[in-house]
Design a binder for this molecule. Sequence first.
Ligand code: SF4
Length: 370
Amino acid sequence: MPPLPRLPLIGNTLVVNEDSCNLGCAYCLTGRNNLTRGQALASVLDPPERDRYTPSSGLGRRIDRIAGRLRGHFDLPLLKVTGGEAFLVRGIMDFLEEQSAYHEVLVIQTNGVLISEEQLARLRSWGNAVLQISLDSHLHPGNSYRVRSRLLHRTVVEAVTRMLDSGLPVEVHCVLNDRSVVELDEFAAWLAGFATPPTLFPFPVRGTGSGPFKVRPEQVRHIEELAGRHRRYRHILPPLPYFDRLLDFCRRGGRAFRCHLPRLVVSTFSDGVITPCPNIWFTDVGNALARDADRSLAGLGTSGLYRELLAPSPRVDACHDCFTPWDTLSLYFEDEITLDQLCAAPTYAPPRVRELIRAAKATYRRGAGE
Ligand code: SF4
């Protein structure tokens, strides 16, 4: 079999201190990452550590180097920063500001609780920051796997409201579980009421151990009902084919369609570990801080693992259980949505991001990407 060609990467998802978060979502994947430090202690139950970013702190030296290496090697236009909760890191705004200058788009995933009005204004001033907010419902029952306390839930919703009123482009990432799915329609109506509404991406809870939280078969109708109201909510929802895939996933109890994400986005952790897709934390393909980092980066996409991940139908257990907002990229590669529909999302809107995605698909279509 011929080797896979160099990956047409558009982005890097940098996971900063993944075991340090101020919430303790019951279904969090972090405790099941078997690669990085601290996870064995089921760290979501521990009090959050507050690390510090400065260019000379330990964390600062590492993540500056990791982000720089990936960007330099692939000339990446997109950086996504996630955690844990990135805003638990004191001084993280300085890192984000520096990276915003190096990338066409800077995506920041957060629960929002720690972001101040001043920080929102600073993010807005850069002109290329996109917020991805993790929230399952504006009502407490539907969000109660994320936040057990009703009081804290109120704090979360106030923070999310500030972000939605900030004028920044926002995506809401809603994990569908047996509690949130029944409030999906009300949640959509709440989000649609904002002057500059976000895009709502519902996606199923995943990972080993997610069984008790999963949407039950008789609850799938709530997703069908939202899909049925797509016309009313189309300004806040991803294109309808996203729901076709989501419903197919829920009815079958897993993924049966091809994924293209590892062609386009790689993931790195703040200890340097590189993983082949942002949704796989269990296997590494090198370390961005190691002496041989350039060799690892040059080899991305060439391993048998990539062949498995990019296969016409899912082969790896993690893939069978995976459907996320990243899937709009795969929908475009599979001709189910157009480039305009894909790039209506602020994450993919910058012209160079759009052009790289278009070119990557053209290459794939010519057969070189197989
Ligand atoms: S389906 Fe597999 S390759 Fe694709 S994003 Fe999910 S885990 Fe990664």
